[in-house]
Design a protein around this ligand. Structure first.
Ligand code: HH2
Length: 399
């Protein structure tokens, strides 16, 4: 696996739309289209033989490949590479690479898949008979039924209060309500299974019948997820990224969507000096591995959602890098969920305490949507819904 990622987040399908307007009947329309989009793909750990062949074949196709020092003179075993070209040049390049020896065929297959994934925008989630069409931005409203969550702890732990809050969020535009019984804020202590279930079980029982929208359970405990799904909950949100094989089995057996989130370490220690060589590449690689393991464990590909885990074992700068490069996560071929709402890195930028995070949260959500996030996990449903309506109208294709 070369962990391929398409780098260019700014090329827009609008170019194609303009081509179609200007020259709808042009002969060779496909050729024009293939020249319209320039894409850069970064690959990790490519052997020097494949890297040299790739350079030769992309130069021969009209593009180019950047390789690391020591590739041309074979003094480095492996290198990261960046392939540069238009779609048409990629087509030629991939055809040529498929005929080459060593790992060239596998490399071509991975690049082709990443390019296809990157352009995909037709995601739909089936949550037990309810369809969530991700052609428009979707809001996951946060309902923490914990005594200690960082911004809404202790407010909704009775079923009546939880139901009122959930109904208010649905009225404000929430498409899914995410119920969590264990805080994962930095430094939070883990909660025992029965305690977590004591918090969420009675509330889920009420919500499942009363809410018109699907419910997601925010837990990393397979047994909590199993009980919630048995009650009729439609989705699992696992901040440990389906790392537990039992959780994979539970999700597969119930055939529901699951969010695979990246976290480094666990909440108790995750903010103690988190370090990455290449945070975007490492988080992407993690999500690629975990989604592949989930699919191998029987979870349908079309059931998975990925999340870079903003604030989970990351410095403020790591969070900004992940959000800036969010479009690269489209290379994985799964819809992207992002949770930036009221998170600490926003206060780091604005100097505000959590009560003053509203505008910052909305700005980050809208920009994450622009870069490819399709589900936004938020506390402030009404203002975020309004902001995303505007963002969507601005970004909509062929508007
Ligand atoms: N963030 C939190 C909890 N669950 N799930 C996903 N998929 N993505 C996130 O970014 C995410 C998450 C933390 O926020 P919150 O629920 O508001 O706080 P707490 O963990 O203290 O309950």
């Amino acid at each position: 696996m070369f962990n391929p990622r398409v780098l260019d987040p700014w090329t827009r399908p609008e170019v194609e739309a303009e081509l179609e307007k200007v020259a709808p009947h042009a002969r060779g329309w496909e050729v024009l289209r293939g020249k319209a989009l320039f894409l850069a793909v970064k690959l990790h750990g490519v052997g020097y033989r494949e890297a040299n062949i790739a350079k030769q074949e992309m130069l021969g196709s009209g593009g180019d490949v950047a390789t690391g020092k020591g590739t041309a003179d074979f003094t480095q075993e492996a290198t990261d590479i960046v392939i540069l070209g238009t779609q048409q040049q990629y087509r030629r390049f991939l055809a040529r690479m498929r005929r080459q020896p060593f790992q060239c065929k596998a490399l071509a297959a991975e690049v082709q898949e990443a390019l296809g994934n990157y352009r995909r925008d037709d995601y739909r989630l089936e949550l037990r008979g309810r369809t969530l069409d991700l052609a428009t931005p979707r809001i996951m409203g946060i309902l923490n039924v914990t005594p200690d969550s960082f911004s809404d702890g202790g407010r909704h732990d009775e079923p009546g209060a939880a139901l009122a809050r959930a109904q208010a969020m649905v009225a404000e535009g929430a498409d899914v309500v995410d119920v969590g019984g264990e805080s994962t804020r930095p430094g939070a202590e883990p909660v025992a299974l029965e305690e977590e279930w004591r918090r969420v079980g009675p509330i889920l029982k009420v919500l499942v019948d009363a809410l018109p929208c699907p419910i997601s359970i925010d837990t990393y405990k397979a047994e909590v997820a199993r009980r919630a799904l048995d009650l009729g909950v439609g989705m699992v949100n696992d901040v440990t990224g389906l790392g537990d094989p039992v959780m994979v089995k539970v999700v597969a057996r119930h055939d529901v969507p699951a969010v695979v989130m990246h976290m480094r370490g666990d909440p108790r220690i995750m903010q103690v000096d988190p370090q990455y060589g290449d945070v975007v590449g490492e988080v992407l690689d993690f999500l690629r591995g975990r989604t592949a393991a989930a699919v191998a464990g029987g979870v349908g590909r079309e059931r998975l959602v990925v999340d870079p885990g903003i604030g989970f074992g990351k410095t403020p700068d790591h969070n900004l890098q992940l959000l800036h490069h969010l479009a690269e996560f489209r290379s994985l071929g799964f819809p992207i969920l992002v949770g930036v709402s009221r998170k600490g890195f926003l206060g780091h930028l604005t100097g505000e305490a959590v009560e003053g995070h509203l505008e910052a949260s909305i700005t980050a959500a809208a920009l994450a949507y622009e870069r490819g996030a399709r589900i936004l996990r938020v506390h402030d449903v009404a203002p975020t819904t309004r902001a995303l309506r505007v963002a969507h109208a601005l970004l909509k294709r062929h508007a």
